[in-house]
Design a protein around this ligand. Structure first.
Ligand SMILES: Nc1nc2c(c(=O)[nH]1)N(C=O)[C@@H](CNc1ccc(C(=O)N[C@@H](CCC(=O)O)C(=O)O)cc1)CN2
Ligand SMILES: Nc1nc2c(ncn2[C@@H]2O[C@H](COP(=O)(O)OP(=O)(O)OP(=O)(O)O)[C@@H](O)[C@H]2O)c(=O)[nH]1
Ligand SMILES: [Mg+2]
Length: 455
């Protein structure tokens, strides 16, 4: 197969100290040589892999920049092909001119994720590892980075391989059993098959259940901060952000619009919405704010509902109780630094998950952190273990799980062993699609289309 040289700017757009252009494919050294001249006079094709040269980038109009070039020789490179990386000064114009020079002398502009796709095509990584590259780039918390690294190192791939091995083994035994029924093959029985199907189903179920937790780890949680006016919502928002983002005053009705900001807290990313205090009001601006607060309650994955611990509950608090029915809620009793006059038991009877804090004095923040981690069962998951990383992978795993489950139910219902063959095949295919061994061109296309150019 021919792998024409592809090129792209690999660093972010904008100005930086240096910027890198990547070139990969058959003839990469020849193409780069037309654009780059080493000061030493050495030809790129004569350089050993994993060595560098200093020199000048030129196009038809003359010198563009001075640059450092790295040479990687197939198969010891990111893509598995010959690769040249040109590190220029990080100016948009310089990078564009250098790229244009490469494109004019034999390279083609790389599509999104095409370098990683080449690594996949050369069998260096499977589809889940390729997807992990994207996950790694987008990771927003330390745990998310750990999860992406594990995935990149093949944690999910290995997990799936184990499951596939059980399925393949069963398929092989089944085939032997049907093809040579009279031979001395130990008889395959319902009793011997069922526990193995159960094991596969359980492994797949675990992966699917952990998907939600993994999503929290990767993408973070949307949290609406709500409550009556003046309970300290904006103070809590600012405390979580570590900066004075929302306006705080002693005047009830200070926050009007929704203030959105992301914070790192409890080892995860919280996408916070500080909202207008919920109350009946004739002020037209505040009414819109209250309506927006209510719509954020609908959108958010989690609600922090705040109460002022220094005041008794009133009708407005009670109407908030009913507004939050069916939502995932953590109740926060604020102003714990003041004498407490609020009916804690009443709040706890509605929202069992409750913490007492002082947003102003930063008390109780660690208790809030614990509640949050418990809520998403973050302690129960090991970010280094194999995890499904996106909707595509979840879909494949669910299809496999359903197929196995149906086969099991068929056997339990008294069907003969041949019901297995279709179910096993369906499950094997779904898992082969997950890792990319059997993914269609369309699936692969979709995966890499989500990448950025230059990756
Ligand atoms: N300059 C540069 N930095 C980079 C990358 C890159 O492509 N270029 N990477 C791009 O994402 C990441 C590193 N990933 C890489 C993965 C594999 C190989 C590689 O050459 N592997 C060969 C040789 C390994 C060895 O010497 O043992 C191999 O696996 O055979 C290079 C980079 C982050 N930093
Ligand atoms: N003593 C004490 N005062 C607090 C605490 N948290 C907030 N406050 C005070 O309560 C008042 C209201 O705080 P905000 O954070 O503006 O309250 P809010 O819920 O955002 O109010 P609205 O935006 O009007 O709905 C301010 O005077 C804060 O300083 C706390 O933990 N202890
Ligand atoms: Mg406010």
């Amino acid at each position: 197969m021919q792998f024409e040289p592809i090129a792209a700017i690999a660093t972010p757009h904008g100005t930086g100290g240096i910027g890198v252009i990547r070139l990969s494919g058959d003839g990469a050294f020849t193409v780069a040589q037309r654009v780059f001249h080493a000061k030493s006079g050495k030809a790129l094709a004569d350089m050993a892999g994993y060595t560098a040269a200093f020199g000048q980038v030129c196009d038809v109009d003359g010198p563009v920049d001075e640059a450092v070039v790295l040479v990687f020789r197939a198969p010891k490179s990111y893509t598995g092909e010959d690769v040249v990386e040109i590190s220029c000064h990080g100016g948009e114009t310089i990078l564009r001119r250098t790229l244009a020079a490469l494109l004019a002398t034999g390279a083609r502009l790389a599509g999104p994720g095409e370098f990683t796709r080449r690594a996949f095509l050369h069998g260096r990584i499977d589809l889940t590892e390729a997807e992990a590259v994207m996950q790694l780039i987008g990771a927003q918390s330390a745990d998310a980075v750990r999860a992406a690294i594990a995935q990149h190192e093949g944690a999910l791939y290995r997990e799936i391989r184990q499951i596939k091995e059980i399925l393949y083994q069963l398929s092989a035994e089944l085939a032997a059993f049907f093809d040579y029924p009279d031979d001395d093959i130990p008889a395959l029985t319902r009793e011997s098959v069922l526990p193995r199907l159960a094991e596969v189903q359980e492994k797949l179920e675990k992966l699917c259940v952990q998907y939600e937790t993994g999503r929290v780890l990767r993408d973070g949680v949307t949290v609406a901060i709500v409550g009556k006016p003046n309970v300290g919502k904006s103070t809590l928002m600012n405390r979580l952000l570590g900066e004075e983002r929302s306006i705080v005053t002693e005047i009830a009705g200070t926050t009007r619009d929704v203030v959105e900001e992301s914070a790192q807290f409890a080892g995860m990313t919280l996408h916070l919405f500080d909202t207008a205090g919920l109350r009946e009001t004739d002020d037209p601006v505040e009414r819109i704010g209250v309506a927006r607060a209510k719509s954020k309650i609908e959108q958010a994955m989690l609600v922090f509902v705040l109460f002022d611990g220094s005041r008794p509950l009133d009708g407005e608090d009670e109407s908030i109780f009913s507004m939050l029915q069916g939502k995932r809620v953590i109740a926060i009793l604020n102003k714990a630094d003041l004498p407490q006059r609020c009916d804690m038991a009443r709040i706890r009877s509605v929202f069992p998950d409750m913490v007492s804090i002082s947003a102003a004095e930063a008390h109780g923040m660690d208790a809030l952190e614990t509640r949050l981690r418990d809520r998403f069962r973050l302690e129960a998951i090991d970010p280094r273990a194999g995890m499904l990383a996106n909707a595509r992978q979840l879909d494949c795993a669910l299809r496999a799980k359903t197929a196995v489950m149906e086969s099991r139910q068929g056997l339990i219902a008294g069907f003969t062993l041949d019901v297995l063959s279709v179910g096993l095949q369906t499950a094997e295919d779904a898992l082969a699609e997950l890792t990319g061994e059997q993914a269609s061109e369309a699936v692969i296309e979709k995966v890499f289309a989500q990448f950025c150019v230059g990756k």
